[in-house]
Design a protein around this ligand. Structure first.
Ligand SMILES: C[S@@+](CC[C@H](N)C(=O)[O-])C[C@H]1O[C@@H](n2cnc3c(N)ncnc32)[C@H](O)[C@@H]1O
Length: 546
């Protein structure tokens, strides 16, 4: 009923309504014109407040090193800091020249560090960027605007009008979902181009977040490739949502085929909506086989789910027999583990590892030997001016012991630390499986910075510290303890080059300002653990100057 028609109406409660508790009784009060006007006034006020709150939210600078912050740095670089400062001063930083759902033609200028093309509007008086996934520098494109932020709008790609034919070749695409699935960004590129783009991400990260001078910053090396560029992912976690309420009933007959509303897969590009995925060519074959089977099971039982689910698929070797027989079938046969608590088994060269399904382990087995070899060579350079006498290794954020165990033959003593007690139990077991004595290697559960109290007796001139933190990087406590300890070498492996650049910058700054030992940044190199995606890992090597 329209608001005006209800004005002046009075209604008595029915008998059944009177029996309801006060909080559940329907409203009966007289609505008068004043109240209607008042309500409109209140709702306009509320809307204005909401708008102001949204603006305040937007005006907050993004969390340093977050993907929003990384994007913001790209936007400033594309528009130029003078233009950006001018627009902020004139309070135009949120005045998008585009309307919601407007279709626009744009020229893509650069590829942002998050993997999306950044275009600049040319046909409006105001300089403004538009972020469009799956586009490349120098392409003319058509996009539909769907959201606005500070000095940028986000757009869905509708058409590549003029492709960058030097870079884009659609015949390279190996996945039928590419362009719709949010998982991969770069399948249309040659692998060399992907590696070049990733090197550029590392270069920009150190420019934007390390505060290092040109003299302190070595040239970023070319990105180390992954031996496998497809079928490399040893872990997938597709998800699906619960059925609509009226279909959540265990007594219902199971569907004979996948209902239209059910999607089991990954998020669509730029959305939180699930895209149905039957196979994923970047995952290993055993994962794809298992995914087909599990999808059938989920479809049959879908009416029994009350919540959405994230599935787990991990490529594993079959059970190791104890003592491990490296010639047995189990040692070479792959199975797929789906339980969060089940044991996963993996081989890195001749080393063997067990870890729990739901815990951390690197997701591209093919690159782990090159990566650990690279870290060893970084600690003991093959062509060194002075022979290295490093004898002790501290493996911080050690997970199931990957680096500590693989590098152990090069050291007299290794000590590892990791927050997850489950991973530490696996690290200790992995040392045993690989016949490394407990006199030589030890792992403990705890906050990474606490290890420096434990290894106080390690000779700091002969100690290398390996750092491999989660995406957020190291905390202040860790950096302080590391600097107080002052090891000869530091090798920082990272899955987030932006926090890595920040942390390396802090270590170097401490030396520059006399607050810690002076380190030289010897090398920085991206590592490609996730071909076809925009993600890059990075290894930075620091050596204490004296
Ligand atoms: C990127 S993973 C590296 C694991 C291991 N180095 C490897 O390559 O398998 C980061 C690890 O740090 C652990 N972690 C997170 N915060 C930590 C903290 N404050 N102290 C110690 N470990 C932490 C996580 O549980 C995770 O296992």
């Amino acid at each position: 009923m329209a608001e005006q028609e209800r004005v002046g109406q009075v209604r008595n409660l029915s008998d059944s309504e009177q029996e309801l508790p006060a909080s559940k009784r329907p409203r009966t009060e007289v609505i008068n014109i004043l109240e209607v006007e008042n309500k409109k006034f209140v709702s306009v006020k509320r809307e204005r407040k909401r708008e102001a709150r949204r603006k305040r939210e937007l005006e907050k600078f993004p969390e340093p090193c977050s993907s929003d912050d990384v994007l913001w740095k790209d936007i400033v670089a594309v528009l130029g800091s003078d233009v950006v400062e001018g627009l902020i001063r004139e309070e135009k930083a949120y005045d998008s020249p585009f309307a919601f759902q407007q279709e626009v033609e744009l020229e893509v200028k650069v590829l942002g560090s998050n993997g999306d093309g950044i275009a600049v509007s040319t046909d409006s008086s105001q300089k403004w960027t538009v972020i469009v996934p799956l586009t490349l520098p120098n392409e003319r494109i058509r996009a539909r605007i769907y959201r606005h932020g500070r000095l940028h709008s986000l757009g869905d790609l509708l058409e590549v009008i003029t492709p960058n034919s030097e870079l884009r070749d659609s015949s390279r695409i190996q996945c039928k979902y590419f362009g719709t699935c949010g998982g991969c960004q770069y399948q249309m590129l040659s692998y060399e181009t992907q590696l070049d783009f990733k090197r550029n991400v590392v270069v920009k990260a150190f420019q934007n977040y390390s505060n290092l001078s040109n003299e302190e910053m070595p040239e970023v090396l070319s990105t180390a490739p992954s031996p496998l560029q497809y079928q490399y992912r040893t872990k997938l976690t597709p998800h699906f949502e619960a059925p609509p309420k009226h279909l959540r009933n265990t007594s219902l007959k199971p569907p004979t085929s996948k209902p239209d509303w059910l999607n089991i897969g990954f998020n669509r590009v730029g959305t939180q909506k699930v895209l149905d995925i039957e196979d994923c060519p970047i995952a290993t074959p055993i994962i794809n086989d298992q995914m087909k089977e599990t999808r059938e099971d989920v479809i049959k039982k879908i009416h029994t789910y009350k919540k959405g689910v994230s599935l787990l698929f991990r490529d594993s070797l079959d059970t190791f027999v104890d003592p491990v027989d490296r010639l047995s079938d189990a040692f070479n046969k792959h199975v797929c583990v789906t339980g969060q608590k089940d044991m996963v088994r993996e081989r890195v060269g001749d080393w063997i590892f067990e870890y729990i399904g739901g815990s951390f382990f690197q997701n591209n087995n093919s690159v782990l030997l090159p990566l650990t070899d690279y870290v060893r060579d970084a600690i003991f350079p093959p062509i060194a001016t002075t022979p290295s006498d490093l004898t002790h290794l501290v493996d911080t954020y050690c997970g199931a012991g990957l680096f500590g165990i693989v590098l152990s033959p090069s050291f007299q003593k290794v000590a590892g630390i990791e927050l997850s007690p489950d991973s530490i139990r696996c690290a200790t077991r992995n040392a045993e499986l690989n016949n490394i004595s407990t006199d030589k290697i030890s792992f403990r559960a705890g906050n990474a910075g606490e290890i420096f109290a434990v290894v106080a007796d390690f000779p700091k001139d002969q100690t290398a510290v390996l750092i491999d933190p989660p995406r957020k990087g190291c905390d202040e406590f860790f950096i302080k303890q590391l600097l107080e300890f002052g090891p000869k070498s530091v090798v920082y492996v990272s899955c987030n080059v932006h926090t890595q650049a920040r942390d390396v910058g802090q270590i170097m700054e401490a030396g520059r300002t006399g607050k810690g030992p002076k380190y030289i940044l010897e090398s920085v190199r991206g590592f490609d653990l996730f071909p076809q995606t925009a993600h890059v890992e990075s290894v930075a090597v620091l050596r204490r100057a004296s």
